[in-house]
Every structure is written in C-alpha cells, then in structure tokens.
Design a protein around this ligand. Structure first.
Ligand code: NDP
Length: 248
C-alpha cells in the first residue's frame, strides 16, 4: 500500500531527482526526504535564499550534494528550460525523476470577476510551465532506466466553484498526466502519475483557509510515503494514477 510505505535511507539510492518549488512547503520537505533516502536532489525554485537554506540543511546532514537551479516558472522561456536539460545532462549524465510541485493559488473568486492577468499567471505556473519543463526534460527522462514524473494535483481538480484558475490548472495537470501516460505506452520504463496531497500544513493552505487551525492538518512529513514510493523502482508499474495522500 503506497500510503503505508516506509521510506529507508536507500529507497532512492543513486537517483537524481528534480523538485520544483523546492524552497518551501511540501517541496522543501520532499527535497529533504528524497536526500535522506539517498537521492541527489536538484532544487528548482523561484526564491534563491529559500533554496540555499534547503541546500545547507542537506549538506549539514552529510547527504548527497544537491544542486540549486534558480528558475521563475512564470517567466522562464522554453529555451532556458532546454538549457537546463543540457546542463543536467552535462553535470549529472541522467535524470531519474521529476516532482512537479511548484504552484500558486491565485484568487479565490467567481470566474465572473476573476482578473484575466491572474488567470493567465496561475494557468502558466501550474499548467503550461509544467508541460514545457516536462517536454524539455523528456529526452533525459525517457532514457532513464526507471523514469518517474510526478505531478501535483488537488482535491479541487474536479472543478471547484470559486477556485477559478487554480481548479482549472489542476484539472489540466490530471489531463496532462493521462495524455503523457497514453502517449508513452511503448516506453515501458517511463511513468507519469499525480499526487493529490490533500489538506496539508503549508503557507498556501493557510492563505486559502485563514480561519483554520493549522495544527489540525497533516504536515508535509506525514504525506511523504507516496512522494517517495512513486520515485522508487517498486512503482515501475504504477502509471497514470492519481494518488490521494489523505482520506477524502
Ligand atoms: P507553498 O506555497 O508552501 O509552496 C509553493 C512552492 O512553489 C514554493 O516553493 C514557491 O516558491 C514555488 N513557486 C511558486 N511560484 C513559482 C514560480 N513562479 N517559479 C518557481 N517556483 C514557484 O505551497 P504548498 O507546499 O502547499 O503546495 C505545493 C503543491 O501542492 C502545489 O502544487 C499546490 O497546488 C499543491 N497542493 C497543496 C495543498 C495543501 O493543502 N498545501 C493541497 C493540494 C495541493 P517561492 O516560495 O520561492 O515563491
């Protein structure tokens, strides 16, 4: 059972895994957890100081040296993403996994009043940029012995009213995972799945539900079994799934 999987110090031995939004919230904990499981983690994110703090923590634990990849997914061009892929190929020689975790909430507003500029930003960071980065990294991922792409969905992906572009972007992500899965049927080693973290104690959740007591929520650490499992070779047969980390 994926949710009861117990990660060990060698669950991800020798794997090279890129995490987006690695500086905060779930992405920060996933990066630290992957490193503790033996992976070399490529920390991609917007705020460099946050990535440096994660880097320092991994280094102080004496784990495999991570790398910092500063990138603002709202502004990065496809050419920059291709350069990133070239850099990974040159420095690391391969890429075993990508956790697409970065995301923005946007406005919680009826579509009737939703600011189109915010709409485009949210769709880009949570949707289009995920597609662009996956395409740029595709040659690396498809040649990995057991490549794993993990997208981040949400309970509102089933199109929740008042969640606007965020809900639509998460629906796009689930569709993207399905299409990539179908289109790569013949690449038996490469898999695409989504994780729905469920209500988790982070800044984004606090912003969406300001009246809620965060202590009632699961922490990012609590939901790590699924995040690690999908990156292990044990998950090689898991394809096109949406893994819900918490009971609905
Ligand atoms: P946080 O807001 O705590 O963290 C989001 C991360 O994404 C930050 O590291 C942030 O970097 C990064 N990010 C945002 N915009 C960009 C950008 N333009 N370029 C690069 N990185 C960016 O959110 P969570 O940890 O809660 O969320 C992580 C994922 O989980 C998201 O995809 C979210 O939609 C999803 N999710 C979360 C739930 C929850 O309850 N927490 C529930 C369901 C889904 P920086 O800090 O530098 O801006």
């Amino acid at each position: 059972d994926i949710l009861n999987y117990t990660p060990t110090t060698d669950s991800l031995a020798d794997k090279i895994i890129l995490v987006t939004g690695a500086g905060d919230g779930i992405g920060k904990v996933a990066s630290l957890t992957y490193a503790k499981c033996g992976a070399t983690v490529l920390l991609l994110g917007k705020t460099e100081s946050k990535l440096e703090a994660v880097y320092d923590e991994i280094e102080s634990l004496g784990l495999a040296m991570p790398a910092i990849l500063p990138m603002d997914l709202e502004k990065a061009s496809f050419a920059q993403m291709n350069e990133l892929a070239t850099l990974i190929q040159k420095e690391f020689g391969r890429l075993d996994g990508v956790l697409h975790n970065a995301g923005v909430l946007g406005a919680l507003t009826p579509l009737e009043m939703y600011d189109p500029i915010t709409f485009e930003q949210v769709m880009h960071v949570n949707g289009t940029a995920v597609f662009m980065l996956t395409q740029a990294l595709f040659p690396l991922l498809v040649s990995a012995p057991s490549g794993s792409v993990v997208f981040t969905s949400s309970g509102v992906a089933k199109v929740r009213p008042f969640w606007g572009a965020y809900a639509l972007s998460k629906q796009m992500i689930e569709g993207m995972s399905t299409i990539f899965t179908e289109e790569t049927k013949n690449h038996t080693a490469l898999r695409f799945n989504c994780i729905n973290p469920g209500a988790t104690r982070t800044n984004m959740r606090a912003h969406a539900f300001p009246g809620e007591n965060p202590l009632t929520l699961k922490t990012p650490e609590d939901i790590m079994p699924a995040y690690v499992y999908l990156m292990t070779d044990m998950a090689s047969g898991v394809k096109g799934q949406v893994i819900h980390c918490q009971p609905k």
